[in-house]
Design a protein around this ligand. Sequence first.
Ligand SMILES: CC(C)(COP(=O)(O)OP(=O)(O)OC[C@H]1O[C@@H](n2cnc3c(N)ncnc32)[C@H](O)[C@@H]1OP(=O)(O)O)[C@@H](O)C(=O)NCCC(=O)NCCS
Length: 157
Amino acid sequence: MPELLTPKPISASRITLSQLMHLEHANLLGNVHGGWIMKLVDEAGALTCMRHSQRKVVTVTIDSMDFRQPIRIGDLVILNAEVSYTGRTSMEATVEVHAENPITGWQTHTNTAYLVYVALDDVGRPTLVPPLQAETEEDKQKMAQAQERQQRRLQQK
Ligand SMILES: CC(C)(COP(=O)(O)OP(=O)(O)OC[C@H]1O[C@@H](n2cnc3c(N)ncnc32)[C@H](O)[C@@H]1OP(=O)(O)O)[C@@H](O)C(=O)NCCC(=O)NCCS
């Protein structure tokens, strides 16, 4: 389906996921368990890549994730995800995580994660994805940095 492979801008598949952190998300210290955040990061990354490719996707690799600030129970976690690189069948998603105190409105950037997904066809084989189109100078810079990260991953494989 050639129309599916027409270049698409980053803005066309950018998504935001928000979730309130409840007691069920707590770790033994009473903050949010990092595993919940990792699951949400993977979901946000997969969704932006599904939107871009209009295909099912699987996670191939997740770069290391550093948590710079604890997230508290009662915070709203906000995940902004966008596609930052496309190869033939692979895509990198950049996911920025913020935590907001909904009463004070105070927001902190807790971490940024990079994940790679592969698009699958109807029988589960890797399939081509549309190229990414830069709309701004900032897009071009993000895409160049993402390409370097992907080259490093493949060299380390
Ligand atoms: C993803 C999967 C379908 C790839 O199959 P494969 O036969 O290895 O396919 P390829 O070697 O052609 O790789 C496909 C793409 O992934 C990229 N890739 C593979 N391993 C990678 C890695 N470690 N880092 C970055 N990219 C990687 C390849 O460069 C290729 O990209 P391109 O098509 O854009 O050039 C297969 O490995 C798989 O099913 N993995 C399990 C996925 C899964 O279950 N995830 C959830 C885990 S809980």
